[in-house]
Design a protein around this ligand. Structure first.
Ligand SMILES: Nc1nc2c(ncn2[C@@H]2O[C@H](COP(=O)(O)OP(=O)(O)OP(=O)(O)O)[C@@H](O)[C@H]2O)c(=O)[nH]1
Ligand SMILES: [Mg+2]
Length: 366
């Protein structure tokens, strides 16, 4: 998913490491004195009629220098300092602008791009490193910064299993919401299959009673997966469909209810009121916002609107397989303070991944 961003970050890291300047040798009186001491001794060769290096004398000088206390460590210090480089603040400023642009171009939110740059600056400016170490150092720093930015997801399977253990005998209810066509219904089918594999039984609630063919779409998934779908007529109250599915599940000892809802624009107040009602009636344990990875920064406003209406607990980012940039996945959690729980990576049922910070960072080439 990071095809573009990964390549660009790699190029940038290489560039800044090449630009890094050697650490300057301090011009102290001491260093001048030592320089004079190791000047090449010369000897006149009468045969060649010219001066040649006096190797015997050079050996004597080296012996003498070694025996002088402090001299050896001084030479060691000079050698290591010469081979080291550091990134100056001036150089970093030039390249920071470039880094900010490439992050923004790849859908990283401004707030996150600025945080990455500020922290990277603190970590690497003025640090003395061997030239060959610089690229690794920048990569490691970026890795630490991004790990810190990404919100750790909670384990939904564990929450469902925990509820199964308690005495309430109520099913675990998950409500899915989002704007039109983001992949809510497909994600519900994928999650139902994922949970089934973990011995968690599900009921699907066809609470999208608005869009034509939405009920048939969910029923088809239910048939394919062997999972019960609770539905009513088109135009019926979606909250009551959810409620019926919960009652059915309770009666039949089903662990989890996944409620599908109609796609709605996050700017339509009356539609947000409707989902508020579904949430009030069904009292979901978890409310998941489903958005497209390719939506870029628009998704931030969407999450905020749904969060304001019903209080979102987590995000599913779909169509990550078609997202070349990846910046939305990198920054949506940080900006909205809601964890990404799953990534949708294709149209088939198996194409869903539990969001894993470490794996995600690896995909960025860090
Ligand atoms: N490539 C890809 N396509 C996906 C993914 N998730 C869903 N889709 C496709 O996106 C389209 C819309 O999916 P739906 O599940 O119907 O979306 P929805 O949010 O329920 O749509 P509405 O109910 O109309 O709001 C379908 O063609 C899905 O196959 C994904 O992770 N990757
Ligand atoms: Mg749908």
């Amino acid at each position: 998913m990071f095809n573009k961003l990964k390549e660009k970050l790699k190029d940038w890291t290489k560039k800044i490491s090449e630009k890094s300047a050697p650490v300057e040798e301090k011009k102290e009186g001491k260093s001048k004195k030592k320089k004079q001491e190791i000047e090449m001794p010369l000897k006149f060769d009468p045969g060649k009629q010219k001066f040649e290096p006096d190797t015997e004398e050079l050996k004597n000088i080296q012996k003498k220098l070694k025996s002088e206390p402090g001299t050896e460590s001084f030479f060691k210090k000079v050698t290591s300092r010469i081979s080291k480089v550091k990134i100056s603040e001036k150089d970093f400023e030039i390249y920071a602008e470039e880094l900010e642009m490439l992050l923004l171009e790849n859908n990283v939110a401004l707030e996150v791009a600025e945080k990455v740059i500020k922290q990277l600056k603190e970590k690497i400016i003025g640090k003395e490193l061997l030239k060959k170490e610089i690229e690794e150092e920048i990569k490691d720093s970026l890795k630490e910064i991004i790990e810190d930015i990404l919100i750790e997801p909670f384990d939904i399977t564990k929450r469902i299993k925990d509820k199964k253990q308690d005495q309430s005998k109520e099913p675990y209810v998950i409500l899915f919401c989002g704007i039109n066509g983001t992949g809510k219904t497909t994600s519900i089918a994928k999650i139902a299959k994922y949970l089934k594999k973990k011995d968690i039984s599900c009921t699907l609630a066809a609470a999208d009673t608005f869009r034509a063919a939405s009920i048939e779409q969910l029923k088809k998934h239910g048939e394919k997966l062997g999972i019960k779908v609770i539905a009513n007529k088109y135009g019926s109250d979606p909250a009551s469909v959810g409620f019926d599915a919960i009652q059915y599940s309770k009666k039949n000892f089903i662990d989890c209810v996944l409620i599908d809802t109609a796609g709605r624009m996050h700017t339509a107040k009356n539609l947000l009121k409707e989902i508020e009602k579904i949430a009030k009636v069904c009292k979901p344990d978890t409310k998941i916002f489903v958005g497209e990875a390719i939506a870029g920064n628009d998704i931030i406003e969407q999450v905020r609107s749904f969060d304001w209406a019903i209080g979102i607990d987590g995000i599913i980012l779909t169509k990550a397989d078609t997202d070349e940039k990846g910046g939305t996945a990198l920054s949506v959690g940080y900006v909205t303070k809601k964890p990404i729980l799953f990534l949708g990576t294709g149209q088939e049922y198996e194409k869903i991944e539990v969001f894993d910070k470490k794996k995600f960072i690896k995909q960025l080439g860090l």
